[in-house]
Design a protein around this ligand. Structure first.
Ligand code: ATP
Length: 141
């Protein structure tokens, strides 16, 4: 009798939508304290995510998402990502991301901005660069 392959249930949830609900084989997340690789049988954990690409393997294919921070929870082979925004490469509007990048860069060049605006612009720049990276990575496959 063949053994059933163990998988993870991956759920990526934003305030607007369930972006992903899939059975996957392996996950690589970029947490604030470093990369995390998750296989079936991983111990329970909660981690804060960075604004970065998020990858998962499914039937031998690597997939990538742009994830804008949030939290990752692992429990009983269910991996839940709660994040303000997550996009698949095909859902990313590249010209919108490039405009957001230009806008943030101009704000960062303008030293008259307050500290709070600088922090906000840095996060906007990071989100835009992450989206651009995810589209470019996907196109290069
Ligand atoms: P923008 O200034 O272009 O709105 P942003 O980084 O401020 O960019 P977010 O606040 O992170 O945008 O996201 C708001 C919503 O818009 C989310 O649902 C997110 O998935 C979506 N979104 C943002 N940028 C893009 C993009 N380039 N392509 C597709 N969806 C995007």
């Amino acid at each position: 009798m063949s053994e059933t392959k163990k998988t993870l249930q991956l759920e990526v949830i934003t305030p607007d939508a369930v972006v992903l609900q899939e059975k996957v084989d392996f996950i690589i997340a970029r947490a604030l304290d470093g990369d995390i690789g998750i296989l079936p049988g991983h111990t329970a954990m909660i981690s804060a995510l960075d604004i970065q690409e998020f990858s998962y393997d499914q039937d031998g294919t690597r997939h990538i998402l742009a994830v804008s921070a949030g939290f990752l929870e692992v429990h009983d082979d269910v991996v839940t990502i709660l994040t303000p925004a997550a996009e698949r490469p095909t859902d990313i509007d590249l010209s919108r991301a490039n405009s957001a990048k230009d806008r943030a860069e101009h704000r960062l060049q303008d030293k008259k901005d307050s500290d709070i605006d600088v922090a906000r612009a840095e996060l906007a720049l990071k989100r835009a660069l992450c989206r651009i990276h995810v589209v470019n990575h996907y196109r290069g496959q």
